[in-house]
Design a protein around this ligand. Structure first.
Ligand code: IPE
Ligand code: IPE
Ligand code: MG
Length: 243
């Protein structure tokens, strides 16, 4: 860990989180408050994600996981879904160009089979590039992701790949989209709602949770510093008793 990282996060007894996950909520309200269409909030939110991913990488974290589009977000208007898919395409195209230069591994989590063939092809390209970046900071983007859907897909995969074997926690975990990713240490939700909305249901078992009213497009590097500071003062007991 870099010295400046330790200084910035000084004060608590926990080390800094290795893996932060974020429910990036509040794009629509941010835009509406400014008299703009909801889609304008998604565009600014995409920029916020780029900025925060770079910051987390520079702080020396291993993983940042963000919730970009849920299995329930298809309920939104055609225009809004189309705009979000357009932004994802733009992000994937830029990542294909910049991943190696920036040393950021991109991984898409969720049921990508429901996405357009064009997006699926771009995701395949990012996977090939990511293979060339072992050990680099990893940005996991949850796309058509739902925690329940992920667990069902994992159970189906387990049954297919391990017929007749007893079901174990390790077995299920090894079939999740996050199979090679450690559980998040800290989950942040922006936008003022106090719920999980089907995010990382399996993986959140012992994550620390932090809710902030800040709308995602306004979320800053300082907000990450504050979240890390709060995390470092938490007492993680995992069901045990502190001696
Ligand atoms: C989160 O922002 C981004 C997505 C769900 C795609 P919202 O679009 O949910 O913004 P609010 O909650 O309506 O303000
Ligand atoms: C959660 O936000 C999903 C994402 C941030 C992608 P939502 O805005 O969809 O969640 P609800 O509807 O407020 O629970
Ligand atoms: Mg929302």
């Amino acid at each position: 860990m870099a010295t400046d990282t330790i200084d910035r996060a000084a004060g608590g007894s926990q080390p800094i989180p290795r893996h932060i996950a974020i429910i990036m909520d509040g794009n629509g309200r941010w835009a509406q408050q400014k008299g703009m269409p909801r889609t304008a909030g998604h565009a600014v939110g995409a920029e916020t994600f780029r900025r925060i991913a770079t910051y987390c990488k520079d702080l020396g974290m291993d993983h940042l996981t963000v919730y970009a589009f849920s299995t329930e977000n298809w309920k939104r208007s055609r225009d809004e879904v189309g705009a979000i898919m357009g932004l994802l395409k733009k992000y994937l195209l830029e990542s294909i160009e910049k991943m190696e230069r920036d040393r950021i591994r991109l991984k898409i989590l969720g049921d990508t089979s429901a996405l357009s063939p064009e997006l699926q092809e771009l995701i395949r390209k990012t996977e090939i590039i990511a293979e060339r970046l072992p050990g680099c900071f990893q940005a996991n983007v949850c796309l058509n992701y739902g925690g329940r859907d992920e667990i069902v897909r994992a159970a189906e995969r387990f049954r297919r790949e391990h017929p007749g074997e007893p079901i174990t926690e390790e077995g299920i975990a090894s079939c999740l989209d996050t199979a090679d990713i450690p559980d998040p240490d800290l989950i942040i939700r922006t936008g003022g709602e106090y719920r999980i909305s089907n995010f990382l249901l399996w993986q959140c078992a012992y994550a620390e949770l932090l809710f902030t009213d800040v709308l995602w497009p306004d979320f800053s590097e300082k907000d990450i510093d504050d979240a890390i500071d709060a995390f470092r003062h938490r007492d993680r007991r995992y069901g045990g008793v502190k001696v």
